[in-house]
Ligand binder design. Structure first.
Ligand code: F6P
Ligand code: MN
Length: 313
């Protein structure tokens, strides 16, 4: 007998089934699911803005909100009625805001549209989410329970971790997130690197570290989007991304709470590491929501090499 539709669905592990099988607790899996669904709406918004790039007017003739702000609104509105979120903090907002009744279990952080300046050049961009059970003004190890990111590229993909490995899903043509890679595990050492910042602004120690990577033959892979650059390291199973301390900006450029902690959570779950040059990113205390931090993130060999070389006097 040929395979009918029922047989076909048997082979597909969708996001909800996967989280259930992985033993993720019910409220957390419903929340992750709802956020993944928001990814579809954000993607629709990106397409709408691309129509504008193609010279097509929006149907209502009204001013379009900037894409990153629109993505933030979509996310916030969805989470407000999720029933699982008591506070929301986003790169697009000044402060942490209360949503829900105050009794809900989780606090969500978001970089709603990372790399939004790459939209016009049609490169991949993404959404980064952290899910916390306690105040976000702490180190991630005490409060993070899950993290995920969505990549809007030729395909829409989503990688989540609820502390039981890191798993990749692809949004299929039927609009379902289906499992594409379970338990992503990095190799000890990779072959690509993504160094952020200008060479002339790097510290001497960082410069030596990058010289060392170049001399070991690492290939340069830097898109200018944090999400696709991290995604490349995870999917290629190794390598290093860094946005270092700069001479005029000792804390670098990227945000600890919205960008670095969620990626560090996922990277550790995939057997990788993430440090600020010395300390683990997830052990750094968040003092304010817009705090920046340098980062070295990727497979163990490269991150440990960074730690060694940056420690030297
Ligand atoms: O969110 C900040 C961001 O756009 C990241 O996505 C990216 O990794 C970084 O800045 C790129 O910075 P630069 O333009 O300095 O290379
Ligand atoms: Mn960003």
């Amino acid at each position: 007998m040929g395979e009918g539709i029922c047989d076909y669905t048997k082979h597909i592990i969708d996001l909800r089934r996967h989280m259930w099988m992985a033993g993720v607790e019910v409220e957390l899996r419903r929340l992750i699911w709802q956020i993944a669904v928001v990814g579809k709406y954000i993607s629709a918004k990106i397409h709408e803005s691309n129509r504008k790039l193609a010279g097509l007017k929006n149907v209502y003739g009204e001013d379009q909100m900037a894409l990153d702000r629109a993505s933030d609104e979509i996310l916030k509105n969805q989470l407000q009625f999720s029933g699982f979120v008591r506070q929301y903090a986003s790169e697009e907002l000044e402060d942490i805001i209360d949503i829900g009744t105050g009794q809900e279990k989780y606090i969500v952080t978001a970089d709603p549209l990372d790399g939004s300046s790459l939209v016009d050049s049609n490169l991949s961009i993404g959404t980064i989410i952290g899910i916390h059970k306690n105040s976000v003004l702490d180190c991630g190890r005490n409060t993070m329970v899950a993290a995920l990111y969505i990549t809007y590229g030729p395909l829409i993909t989503m990688i989540y971790s609820a502390g039981k490995g890191a798993h990749e899903f692809v949004l299929n043509r039927e609009g379902e997130y289906v499992l594409s890679e379970e338990n992503i595990k990095l190799k000890e050492k990779g072959s690509i690197f993504s160094p952020g910042g200008l060479r002339r602004d790097w510290t001497d120690k960082h410069l030596k570290f990058i010289d060392q990577m170049e001399s070991e033959g690492y290939k340069l892979r830097y898109s200018g989007g944090f999400v696709p650059d991290i995604n490349q390291i995870l999917i290629k199973k190794g390598g290093l991304f860094t946005y270092p301390a700069l001479k005029k900006s000792p804390q670098g450029k990227l945000r600890l709470l919205f960008e670095l902690q969620p990626m560090a959570f996922i990277m550790e779950q995939a057997g990788g590491m993430a440090i600020d040059g010395n300390q683990d990113i997830l052990s750094v205390k968040v003092e304010n929501i817009n705090q920046l931090s340098p980062i070295y993130i990727g497979s163990p060999y490269e991150v440990q090499m960074a730690r060694r070389m940056l420690d030297q006097c």
